[in-house]
Design a protein around this ligand. Structure first.
Ligand code: NDP
Length: 446
């Protein structure tokens, strides 16, 4: 890394002790910025980069609630409003026991550049709680969400900060939070949250958007060598929102997803994962991935523990969580002939895994580009809310496909411009950075 950027990174380490995921995200970004700093005088003193690494605002709050036995429970809530140079803070809420400030900051930092890459008027933020919705009743989830929003409402709004879903936060949770926001503020402010239900301000394709978007992005990669999904074997990790709709779109485009997973293990289904059954198990019954194998009879097998990366494939799409694919997994994928890895999740591949892909000629699409379809469609939801309009599924999906194509092309053209042809990491990091940094410089020292 360039000496000046190393100084910025050292300062980030000193100012944010123990936040390892945040350090990793900053490091990954700064390692790409050397050529930009060298080429453009306005970034040369790196002052704007130092400012970019410090959130504009960080909110941490207590979330008390009562469980079904009448016992008092307590969790911690977070919202990190990282950067508003391009628009209101925008980014999801994650409910998972692993959530702490370092995770929220890594996600918020990534979100700045992802949102910038979409070309839309949205800043970067992220939030969540160490609450675990797994095994909780609807009533418990509702009471938690209401308590969470009772603090969060004062920090968000259509022109301020617009949260959405992430791990553990889907339509049910967004519904409970929107209800409480409306009740406290006495305003039907659709633009304050995205991921809403279709009958009350939500957008078509938002549920599918991240999964579909990553598949559109891979389709663009395949098109650069005049290929398609037809006949390709694909492994998708996770079986949540992003994974399910990635599987659905891959099948629509002619590929076959032979494995997917959750935190308990993975299933292998050589004839292709039955996406309707997967939706039933995961979205309706809120079951485990083993239930899919049981319901599929002898056709699928469940493997307890461990990731699915040993299953041979042409394309791997990690869609579960950060650092779920390490160096050993990457070596296994390469040995089995995998040629494309696209991140549906945020930072699922460790830095060592990414190095393996680079050294082995595997095309690697980083999450900030490949999974930007979710937030882009959230921005489309905001547009529809602002104009009190709602578009059809086909129209919205077409817009999403166009956005993913433009992000893909922007990554490649930027990589070319900075002497790293075909390097999606360099392209995404530099293209995402320059748009935000230029807006920050134009807006003065704020
Ligand atoms: P969901 O909660 O719907 O699904 C998460 C999936 O990942 C589940 O199958 C879950 O399994 C698995 N998982 C979660 N944590 C772990 C873990 N520590 N180890 C192994 N598996 C785990 O979340 P989403 O699908 O919404 O999000 C998945 C990823 O995509 C995240 O990185 C998120 O930040 C990213 N993302 C999501 C967007 C969206 O629109 N939803 C937008 C852009 C990125 P289990 O049920 O067993 O925990």
């Amino acid at each position: 890394m360039d000496d000046k950027l190393q100084d910025v990174y050292d300062e980030v380490l000193g100012r944010n002790p123990g936040e390892v995921e945040f350090h990793q995200a900053v490091y990954e970004n700064l390692t790409s910025l050397g050529p930009v700093v060298a080429k453009h005088a306005q970034y040369a003193d790196t002052a704007v980069i130092r400012r970019l690494c410090e959130p504009e605002r960080q909110i941490i709050f207590r979330v008390p609630w009562v469980d079904d036995t009448g016992a008092e429970q307590m969790n911690r809530g977070f919202r990190v409003e990282f950067n508003s140079a391009l628009g209101p803070y925008k980014g999801g809420l994650r409910f998972h026991p692993s959530v702490y400030l370092g995770i929220v900051k890594f996600l918020g930092f990534e979100q700045i550049f992802k949102n910038s890459l979409t070309g839309m008027p949205i800043g970067g933020g992220k939030g969540g709680s160490d609450f675990d919705p797994k095994g909780r009743s609807d009533g418990e989830v509702m009471r938690f969400c209401q308590s969470f929003m009772t603090e969060l409402y004062r920090h968000i709004g259509e022109y301020t900060d617009v949260p959405a879903g992430d791990i553990g936060v889907g339509g049910r949770e967004i519904g409970y939070m929107f209800g409480q926001y409306k009740r406290i503020t006495n305003r039907y402010e659709s633009g304050a949250l995205t991921g809403k239900g279709l009958t009350w301000g939500g957008s078509q394709v938002r549920t599918e958007a991240t999964g579909y978007g990553v598949v559109f992005f891979i389709n663009e990669i395949l098109a650069t060598t005049h290929e398609s999904f037809e006949g390709k074997r694909v492994v998708v990790s996770g079986s949540g929102n992003v994974a399910i709709y990635a599987v659905e779109k891959i099948h629509q485009l002619g590929g076959t997803v032979v494995a997917c997973s959750d935190s308990s293990g993975y299933i292998v289904d050589e004839k292709g994962v039955d996406v309707e059954l997967l939706k039933d198990v995961k979205e309706v019954r809120r079951g485990r991935i083993e239930d899919y194998a049981n319901a599929r009879g002898g056709q699928a097998r469940f493997v307890a523990g461990g990731p699915a990366w040993q299953v041979p494939c042409d394309i791997a799409v990690p869609c579960a969580t950060q650092n779920e694919l390490d160096e050993a997994d990457a070596l296994g994928l390469v040995e089995n002939g995998c040629r494309i890895v696209a991140e549906g999740a945020n930072m699922p591949c460790t830095p060592d895994a990414v190095k393996v892909f680079a050294q082995s000629g595997v095309v690697f699409a980083p999450g900030k580009a490949a999974n930007a379809g979710g937030v882009a469609t959230s921005a489309l939801e905001m547009q529809q809310n602002a104009s009190r309009d709602s578009w059809t599924f086909e129209d919205t999906e077409q817009r999403l496909a166009g956005i993913m194509r433009r992000i893909h092309d922007r990554c490649l053209s930027t990589a070319d411009e900075y002497g790293a042809p075909g390097d999606y990491v360099v392209g995404a990091n530099i293209a995402g950075f320059t748009r935000v940094a230029d807006a920050m410089l134009a807006q003065g020292l704020v």
